[in-house]
Design a protein around this ligand. Structure first.
Ligand SMILES: C[S@@+](CC[C@H](N)C(=O)[O-])C[C@H]1O[C@@H](n2cnc3c(N)ncnc32)[C@H](O)[C@@H]1O
Length: 245
């Protein structure tokens, strides 16, 4: 997977992209991340990348010409990539969208700034608009980091076998079950006996039930898309609605 990130602030990426899973993806040769300074594509001697909006109003907009040239340059070196624009108006990022994105061979991610980008960039170049939540950030850089992290961990081989994406929260539409590690007793709280029993079938059953219960309590909205067996549906209907938050 090749990520081309178009930004006015490439230095923001240096720390986060040099650590942990994102670093590992690059070290294993499974991902490549290239940062492009949009300002380098401005034509005038002041390297202007913004201008005031037609019709008036507060703030500035990203001018179309430098951004268009930058996108075209990224497409020239990553021809099969799709173009994503970070925007609070986009599709709300979730695990199934990150899975869908991870199947592409390249992603060109445009980081907006100011009041956003000229509408003609949306119309001419953007395949998907992505939002990372219903709040407004000052720029698309943090959203791009979230996208790269969430997609990278889904690329086969990036995570070791000990870290399974299959068991991640939301990967099967449910929240993950509670987890414990040593010691068995901590601040007068014990690890559930079942997890110490060594009975793998019962542990799997307990985990699945806890996963359903936890989803019911914390994110009941997810249950409408979860695939549950008849027995699990019965279990779900036995849960007390008063437990739901
Ligand atoms: C201050 S915001 C512009 C918001 C714009 N005026 C609007 O109301 O839609 C500047 C940039 O931050 C990025 N951004 C802000 N919130 C975001 C979010 N929730 N998800 C993804 N990107 C976001 C976008 O790239 C956006 O162009």
């Amino acid at each position: 997977m090749i990520f081309d990130i178009l930004t006015l602030f490439p230095d923001m990426f240096r720390g986060p992209f040099d650590e942990s899973i994102i670093r590992r993806g690059q070290n294993k040769g499974l991902t490549e991340i290239r940062l492009h300074q949009i300002r380098d594509y401005a034509q005038d001697r002041h390297h202007t990348v913004d201008d005031s909006p037609y019709g008036g109003g507060a703030g500035m907009l990203m001018k179309p010409e430098p951004l268009a040239s930058c996108i075209e340059a990224a497409k020239a070196i990553n021809p099969s990539a799709i173009v994503l624009l970070t925007t609070p108006q986009g599709r709300l990022l979730n695990q199934s969208i990150t899975r869908e994105l991870s199947l592409h061979s390249g992603l060109i991610i445009v980081c907006g700034r100011y009041e956003g980008v000229d509408e003609r960039i949306h119309l001419k170049y953007v395949d998907y608009e992505i939002s990372i939540g219903d709040y407004v950030l000052s720029g698309g850089e943090l959203a791009a980091m979230v996208l790269v992290d969430a997609v990278t961990r889904l690329i086969p081989g990036v995570l070791g076998s000990e870290e399974s994406v299959q068991n991640d929260t939301l990967s099967n539409g449910l929240l993950k079950h509670p987890q414990y590690t040593r010691p068995p007793e901590f601040k007068e709280l014990s690890v559930p006996d079942i997890l110490l029993s060594g009975n793998h079938a019962e542990i799997a059953f307990w985990r699945r039930a806890q996963s359903i219960k936890r989803t019911f309590e914390k994110r009941p909205d997810l249950l409408k898309n979860a695939v549950l067996s008849e027995k699990e549906m019965l279990y779900l209907s036995s849960l007390d609605i008063a437990d739901a938050v």
